[in-house]
Design a protein around this ligand. Structure first.
Ligand code: IVH
Length: 691
């Protein structure tokens, strides 16, 4: 055998291992992908040429091997146990009290870490070389998934030291970004999507063909190692550190990934602070977790405490409220939003999820309802993450009873009986799937929104008519449409909450003054979908009188500069709704005087000139985007947010309302946390786009 070939092979393996470690574990690559590929190919080439030099710990073994017929059984040297759970702070306190009493310490020291939402595995190494990997199975006997685990880039095939024997336990999981990418590929090739990263990880780990596992990008985090005379793992010829925290550092030094978020804390206060700290970070972590784990730090004290049935007494998992739960759909109803959007809403059998009892979940729109095939009577999985509106994730088809009912979207607005239509989205020109009521001025569901918009500064500019007053006016049935504003008396206004005689009289004056306005302002004030200030001005210029405008048809509208078929359609459907025409007639009889065209007195910003319509639910909100988003580029996300009226800024400040943190968010995320800015993950961002 050529000894220089062997030297080269050994060198290449070590180099590739080092670069794998820097790339996958430390997230800090030292060389380019192309340079890495070159090293890898050279090694593959040499190993094919000299098969006698092949070795199971070679990084070339990570690409998978021939499929197995079935998995062999592995009897665990020591059983793989589970953890006791604490489902509330009280239960966490009770755990600490038990520890204090059993150990006689005034304050117990704990090692704390995230509770990964993946699958437990056990790894054995002989002379520093990975020998066998097994699933937990029933705790005593698991399955031999060595071939599959070899493909997991963050599991070392060779340790940094030649320890004679060591058993390490930890969790196999799929990072959120790898999950998103996998589902994107699945969708593209028409394959079934995975429900969550845990299911994707489980499906990938249990592949008989490890070449498939190799393509799935699983990750691993270690959380336990024990000496031979211990219950949960083994090391021989090596003295282990005497605290859990030091053992984790030891594992890290051997080349295992361990959670960055691990800490050592003291007493119940330390435990609860950690619980809240990690809870707040939960959605911006790169992997799913379902709680945190508290472990008595000193190994001697762990041994003293021992076990209860199938779980250690010295540790507990403090769970976060589950974000997904199963329930049944009792009914599906339509909710009409302030902008006229008809949203199907599932009425659910009450279920505790995400820390609250949920009885309704949004189904977003008809397309979503059809795509998920949700029927009345179905068992569904409901998700509520953070402050986000609960939503139905999927139907459990295997639980569908024979008598489910399909829901049909109404032909008319269920609130006012007005026409409904599906309009295309102006920005993308594609049908946006949202059914809308076109009686914007009349529909009770849209009343306050319509009146507020009508009175806004750039519409009829009624100073002093804010949302609190409008809400009262609508609530007390004093105002049904903007035209009713002109029938208000001093006495009626003065009777409102927080309204003195003086403010009532000021408001009445402002209402009176608003009668003298321009046609452009009035058109804008009507709140027609897709008609902003600039379009309203063009319309006023073109039609010159309200009468002419009210006669407009699609063809004549498209002759107006900048008006295309979609805006024309919005105007036609608004004007063809008799309720809207009635309100316009009432406005006219209220005595509005309209100068035919006329400029806005204020200087316009570019943003205002583009027109702001009622359908800008994120108006006034400032967003900052950071990190990598998996489903879209940051530019796309920015454009979409801006289309909803949001401002997207480059840096986090007191004025930031939301920070959207993608994967690997850095200093902006830290700053946002310092300033108590609400942090959203990509899934929560998508909720805005479904509004
Ligand atoms: S320690 C005796 N630490 O939770 C068990 N487990 O119910 C020692 N898990 O199946 C486990 N994150 O897979 C430990 N940081 C962590 C963990 C963790 C997740 C899982 C583990 C086990 C389950 C226990």
């Amino acid at each position: 055998m050529n000894s220089s070939v062997l030297d080269r092979i050994i060198f290449l393996r070590a180099e590739i291992d080092k670069h794998n470690q820097h790339y996958y574990v430390l997230d800090a690559p030292l060389i380019s992908d192309a340079e890495f590929d070159q090293l890898f190919r050279e090694l593959q080439h040499l190993e094919t040429q000299y098969p006698e030099l092949q070795s199971p710990d070679s990084p070339t073994q990570r690409i998978g091997a021939a499929p197995l017929k079935s998995f062999a059984e592995v009897v665990h040297r020591t059983p793989m146990l589970s953890l006791q759970n604490a489902l509330s702070e009280d239960e966490a306190c009770a755990f600490d009290t038990r520890m204090v009493q059993a150990l006689g310490d005034a304050e117990v020291e704990y090692a704390v870490e995230p509770k990964f939402d993946g699958l437990a595995i056990s790894l054995t190494y002989e002379q520093g070389v990975f020998k066998q990997g097994a699933t937990r199975g029933d705790g005593s006997v698991g399955e031999d998934v060595t071939q599959n685990l070899r493909t997991v880039r963050t599991i070392p095939l060779r340790l940094r030291r030649n320890i004679p024997f060591i058993e390490v336990r930890g969790e196999v999981l799929m990072m959120k970004r790898d999950f998103a990418e996998l589902n994107r590929q699945q969708g593209e090739s028409g394959e079934k999507l995975f429900v969550n990263p845990r299911n994707a990880a489980a499906g990938s780990l249990r592949q008989l063909d490890s070449r498939i596992t190799a393509q799935r990008h699983l990750s691993f985090f270690a959380y336990a190692v024990h000496a031979e005379d211990h219950m949960a793992g083994a090391v021989t010829g090596e003295t282990l550190p005497t605290t859990h925290a030091a053992q984790m550092t030891f594992l890290h030094e051997l080349g295992f990934p361990v959670p960055l978020e691990r800490r050592v804390v003291k007493g119940i206060q330390g435990l609860l602070t950690y619980y809240h700290e990690i809870g707040a970070q939960r959605h911006s972590l790169p992997y799913d977790i379902d709680g945190v784990v508290y472990k008595v730090n000193a190994i001697a004290r762990q041994e003293h405490l021992g076990f209860v049935s199938r779980a250690p007494r010295f540790a507990i998992a403090h769970k976060f409220p589950a974000e997904e739960a199963l329930t049944t759909v009792l009914d599906i109803e339509i909710q009409v939003g302030r902008t006229g959007a008809l949203t199907p809403v599932a009425r659910l059998a009450p279920v505790f999820v995400g820390g609250v009892t949920v009885t309704n979940a949004t189904l977003h729109n008809e397309d979503e309802l059809r795509r998920k095939d949700i029927r009345i009577g179905d068992t569904v999985s409901v998700r509520r993450a953070g402050d986000v509106i609960p939503e139905v994730v999927r139907v459990l088809l295997e639980k569908r009873p024979p008598d489910t009912r399909e829901f049909v979207m109404p032909q008319q607005c269920p609130v006012c009986g007005g026409q409904v239509s599906k309009q295309a989205d102006e920005a993308t020109l594609s049908p946006c799937g949202i059914l809308r009521c076109s009686s914007g001025l009349y529909c009770p569901a849209q009343r306050s929104g319509a009146v507020l918009h009508f009175a806004s500064r750039r519409a009829l500019n009624i100073e002093g008519l804010g949302d609190k007053i409008v809400e009262q006016l609508v609530e007390l049935k004093m105002v049904h449409t903007p035209a009713d504003l002109y029938n208000l008396s001093l006495k009626k206004l003065a009777a409102l909450e927080r309204m003195g005689e003086k403010s009532a009289s000021n408001l009445l004056g402002a209402i009176e003054r608003s009668k003298s306005t321009t046609l452009a302002r009035l058109i804008y004030a009507l709140g027609i979908r897709n008609v902003g200030e600039a379009t309203a001005k063009e319309l006023a210029r073109h039609y010159a009188t309200l009468d002419n405008f009210m006669q407009a048809d699609s063809e004549s509208l498209q002759a107006v500069s900048d008006i295309g078929p979609i805006v024309a359609q919005s105007i036609v459907s608004f004007l063809s709704e008799p309720h809207n025409r009635e309100v316009i007639a009432q406005l006219r009889s209220a005595g509005l005087t309209l100068s035919p065209c006329g400029a806005w007195p204020e200087k316009e910003s570019a943003e205002q000139a583009q027109g702001i319509s009622l359908d800008m639910p994120l108006r006034g909100k400032t967003f900052v985007l950071t990190g990598t988003l998996s489903g879209m580029s940051r530019e796309e996300a920015k454009a979409k947010l801006e289309a909803l009226g949001a401002r997207v800024s480059g840096s986090v400040s007191q004025k930031t309302d939301y920070l959207v943190a993608g994967v690997e968010a850095g200093s902006k995320l830290t700053k946002a946390r310092e300033l108590n800015v609400q942090v959203l993950d990509e899934q929560q961002l998508l909720q805005f786009f479904h509004m």
